[in-house]
Design a protein around this ligand. Structure first.
Ligand SMILES: [Zn+2]
Length: 419
């Protein structure tokens, strides 16, 4: 700090003001009051892509990661009082074509192996009560859960849905960016070569109802608008959007319109805001879109070069190049993320908003100062600054997700004819 002061003393006044303003913008001071509210809450994040790292980089969650490489490790989770993480079981469709099920099982195995390696700090969790249990007692553990991102992991077979449930998977995102047997995705509606279904398919309806019966949360992030509306008409339990932001603030096709936000509220579900800069802030989204053709070309060339050398290609290879390009675009301020949470809270209501970071899945494109799970208390501070009460903040941090999880479990018991 002293060296910074000395350095500042040698600069002209206006420059000093500009420098200080940018430092303040990056570093949100978390007050003792915010810290207390944050630490007394059960903080739940419903989406992180860390399992790719477990396998492809042999990453141990017990090691400490520089934020330039990863957003989650156990030390950072503790610093940010992260109570529960839904690790994403996401199978890259282009890389694992013909091997979706195998990769799904590998990712599930990787999550279990991490939890087994750190039994003092992690606990596999399969219910809302498990999350509460992991956070009680003297040694608070990270409740470790799994959600499958993309129904292509079923390969059109509903029996696999039950197998995944038995292995502990507690939500499934009906589609990722690719349209599948369940329904249309928002990610490829413009691709003529893709066979679309006009929303949810008959098989998709069967899957949604089977998820309701099993007690697996139905996740509508990523789906096309028509699939969303079809799903809400079919489901008997509240849905989640595990990592989706508001389209009113950033016009991404996979963000949710205000009508969709209100519909999730009516359904009793929860929308967990995605932290990715392009979904949070429209200026970033436009810059990212403008850069996309050149970036995609560079990525394709680099991956092809690896293949030509006979080297394997995985998501992390793609991610590294993506990061180099993305860092050239200025990050939105942290306040843009708070704007998103505030918008969903105002439109859907305070009982229908949560957090779905998408950490480790956005190539470092995060709002300034939100570099890892250790920065989560800054959200609590941001909400206090906007007049949210401790009770409201507790709902946003995880209370709403817990309520929805319990309700999904209740509907399941009812459908199975159990008391
Ligand atoms: Zn996603």
């Amino acid at each position: 700090m002293n060296s910074i002061k000395k350095w500042l003393a040698g600069l002209p006044g206006l420059l000093v003001i500009a420098f200080c303003a940018s430092v303040v913008a990056q570093n949100v001071e978390v007050s003792p009051k915010a810290r207390e509210i944050h630490d007394s809450a059960i903080v739940i994040d419903t989406h992180a892509d860390t399992p790719q790292r477990f396998i492809d980089e042999n990453f141990d969650i017990g090691s400490v990661t520089p934020v330039s490489e990863g957003n989650i490790d156990l030390q950072k989770a503790q610093e940010g009082n992260l109570g529960a993480e839904f690790f994403s079981i996401w199978v890259a469709p282009d890389i694992y074509k013909g091997r979706f099920v195998k990769r799904t099982f590998d990712l599930i195995d990787a999550v279990y192996e991490q939890a087994a390696r750190h039994p003092d700090q992690m606990m596999m969790a399969f219910s809302a009560e498990d999350i509460v249990e992991a956070r009680s007692g003297r040694q608070k553990k990270l409740a470790t859960l799994m959600g499958i991102e993309g129904g292509h992991s079923l390969e059109g077979d509903i029996r696999l849905l039950r197998d995944y449930y038995r292995l502990g998977v507690r939500y499934m995102t009906l589609t990722w960016s690719n349209t599948n047997e369940i329904g249309d995705s928002s990610g490829d509606l413009d691709k003529k070569e893709v066979k679309h279904h006009n929303g949810l398919t008959p098989f998709g309806k069967q899957v949604v109802l089977e998820m309701n019966r099993l007690g697996m949360m139905v996740d509508i992030s990523h789906v096309a608008d028509k699939t969303f509306w079809d799903t809400l008409a079919v489901t008997k339990a509240p849905v989640i959007a595990s990592h989706s932001s508001a389209r009113a603030l950033s016009h991404a096709a996979r963000n949710m319109t205000d009508d969709m936000l209100r519909a999730v509220a009516k359904n009793g579900g929860v929308v967990d805001v995605n932290f990715y800069s392009g979904f949070v802030d429209d200026k970033f989204r436009q810059a990212e879109q403008a850069q996309k053709p050149a970036r995609d070309k560079a990525i394709a060339a680099a991956l092809q070069a690896r293949r030509d050398k006979g080297l394997p290609v995985n998501y992390m290879d793609e991610d590294r190049i993506q990061r180099e390009w993305i860092t050239k675009i200025p990050h939105p301020p942290l306040s843009a993320l708070i704007d998103q949470i505030d918008h969903v809270a105002k439109v859907a209501g305070i009982d229908h908003v949560g957090l779905g970071s998408d950490f480790d899945g956005v190539s470092g494109a995060l709002p300034a100062g939100m570099d890892s799970v250790a920065d989560l208390p800054k959200i609590t501070q941001g909400l206090i600054d906007r007049g949210y009460t401790p009770e409201q903040i507790e709902k946003i941090l995880g209370g709403n997700v817990l309520r929805v999880f319990r309700e999904v479990e209740r509907v399941s018991r009812q459908m199975r004819g159990q008391p």
